[in-house]
Design a protein around this ligand. Sequence first.
Ligand code: TRH
Length: 377
Amino acid sequence: MQVSWDIFCDVVDNYGDVGVTWRLARQLVAEHGFAVRLWINDLSAFVRLCPHADPLAARQCQAGVEVCHWPEDWQPASIPDVVLEAFACRVPEAYTQAMLQRSPRPVWLNLDYLSAEDWVSGCHGLPSPQANGLKKFFFFPGFTEQTGGLLREQSLIAQRQAFQADPAAQQDFLRGLGVQPESGARLISLFAYENPALGSWLDQLLGEGVVTHLLVPQGRIVGDLQRWLGEGGLQAGAIRRRGALTIQVLPFVAQEQYDRLLWCCDFNVVRGEDSFVRAQWAARPMLWHIYQQQDDAHRPKLEAFLALYLATLPAEAAQATAELWRAWSAGEEVQEGWQQLNRYWPQMREHAEHWCQQQAARSDLASALVQFYRNSL
Ligand code: TRH
């Protein structure tokens, strides 16, 4: 009998919650042969990542996944072998009651946010007994052996390497997006939250006089871009030239295409959780705009990742990266950090590939979840 999974996704904001669960659901179907239902409470967010999807359908099949609208008014549904709540969302009470009735009881998991902090390895896989007698397990993604790993499709790295070794394929892909960079141009992608630091970086890019093509997917940073350009209403497709700097606004594309965009670029600015991981698989130098939390709770997360990511880099290159990332996340001027980083470009490029290979040598998150499920039988 085919093993069945329910994944629950409460879209808090933006696209990370739905991005991670949609990616995981597809992988569980494609690589592990499971029957997966993905419950999403806001299908409009899902449609951005899966443009063919129907935002109004109560149920639809996409890439082999049964994508279901998670209604406020919950209707009874069968209970699968595995129930996964993403990012501390809670399944409906009636559903929990039905879990109690099932024999055998389903394996119940809570997939947490990604963090490089030390405490994560101590909490990964721990049970959390519930008052009703059910047991829920905490499952933590992460960067070390003691965690659940990172989402990575089986052939992702091979695909990425083949694409990066094929300039014609890159050119075709970019042309499909309406992007035709000057030959030899430095390509940069920018997917970030609002940031007052943007102007200082654009000033710097402009001042360097290096032919640069900056690709900006539609989203929250576009307001700051408009302010710097001194105009409003920028739509996807807009191209503006300032000296050697070309800025182009891109449409929001499907996840597979976004991967290719990252693979094409020399430098990627990413944010949140999922694009942050995808940039690591792209194996190019990057800048992470970490999701800002109350009381600066994101700062230790940023530092924890920097400590891991930069551990094997020469001190100066590590220092330059850390300065740039800290300044960007604090919304402070980034000229200095960017200039410093540019001095270590060859090391940063090599390091990005090395980090990617190191992380890819470990079990991926979907496989680790499957293993956890099998061990719990
Ligand atoms: O959108 P994000 O900022 O998402 C999140 C959420 O805010 C979440 O609540 C928070 O907890 C988390 O960050 C840390 O960033 P993220 O995670 O990178 O998700 C973006 C998704 O959008 C990712 O799956 C990649 C995808 N994407 C596309 O599919 N096409 C595109 O063109 C772009 C730019 C992104």
